[in-house]
Design a protein around this ligand. Structure first.
Ligand code: ATP
Length: 277
């Protein structure tokens, strides 16, 4: 049997009963997430709720304390060496500071992963890079130095670089942070369009309710050390859960904690400094 349209859909990324943390500090417990090919999914939650930690776990940078993380049907935590490298090659990651190489021009920045990971001939590199630059509206900026482009353009170049190997999963860490309202709308539409065009899956970590709700298929909301809610933007908009409401309505008062919780490590540090927590 060949995998055709009727084949059961395989999750590109799946968290099953995942607990994440650092040493004795547990950040999130018992998380279940599923992302399918073609979907754009948002992971939302207050500051310090563990969104970036989830992204690190998805790429195998940290290992879950409990549960399983699968990418493309493979256990990410068990992948080592070459297998992990191959797995990561199927993922594009766009960090908040998607730093570009300042000594390379726009074209060479986007070409970099192709030169590192493929043996593509120069004509093929030219075709692929211009295609991705075209997708982010910067084909004609290929020759510019990084110092000659704006901050918003630099983000789009970083995006073109993140997708140049045509990943099956793209992870975005706060893609809308610090963008003006117009650039924000463009960035959101770009993520949707690229996901559809590459037929990949996209996961975005974001605080931006309005912009992400307009493009995503599904939202996962984390807080209070767990998965608080998940559903379509419409389902979450209709939720009467107090945490979900506080987040969506941007209300200052509610269950989202302002204070970072006291840990044993803090108490030890405090008493070493002669104070009482
Ligand atoms: N390398 C680390 N070692 C120890 N603790 C960490 C580490 N990285 C993050 N943490 C802690 O884990 C918790 C979750 O951090 P994380 O960066 O995942 O939050 P976030 O939801 O992405 O926050 P923000 O929206 O503010 O970026 C925080 O309490 C943070 O202090």
């Amino acid at each position: 049997m060949t995998a055709g349209k009727n084949a059961p859909s395989q999750a590109v990324l799946r968290f099953t009963g995942v607990t994440l943390g650092y040493n004795s500090f547990t950040v999130l417990r018992d998380i279940d997430i599923e992302v399918q090919r073609g979907q754009v999914v948002a992971v939302m939650g207050g500051s310090g709720s563990g969104k970036t930690t989830m992204l690190r776990a998805a790429t195998g940078q940290i290992v879950p304390l409990a549960g399983h993380i699968e990418a493309f049907g493979q256990d990410v935590a068990r992948a080592r060496g070459e297998a992990l490298r191959k797995l990561r090659q199927r993922m594009g990651v766009l960090f908040q500071q998607g730093a570009l190489f300042t000594d390379l021009n726009v074209f060479e920045n986007v070409a970099f992963p192709l030169r590192e990971h493929t043996r593509d001939p120069e004509a093929e590199i030219l075709r692929k890079v211009l295609d991705k630059l075209d997708a982010v509206g910067l084909r004609a900026a290929a020759h510019l130095k990084v110092s000659e482009i704006s901050g918003g353009m630099a983000r789009r170049v970083a995006l073109a670089r993140a997708i140049v190997l045509e990943p099956e999963l793209v992870l975005y860490d706060e893609p809308f942070a610090g963008l003006d309202p117009i650039s924000l709308g463009i960035a959101a539409q770009l993520i949707r369009t690229l996901t559809d065009r590459l037929n990949c899956a996209s996961v975005l970590i974001t605080h931006d309710v309005a912009e992400s709700f307009s493009i995503v298929d599904r939202v996962y909301m984390v807080g209070q050390g767990r998965l608080i809610a998940s559903g379509t933007p419409d389902e979450l908009s209709a939720s009467d859960d107090t945490y979900v409401r506080q987040f969506i309505d941007g209300a200052p008062d509610g269950p989202i904690a302002f204070n970072y919780p006291e840990t044993d490590a803090f108490r030890a540090w405090m008493s070493a400094h002669g104070g009482t927590p």
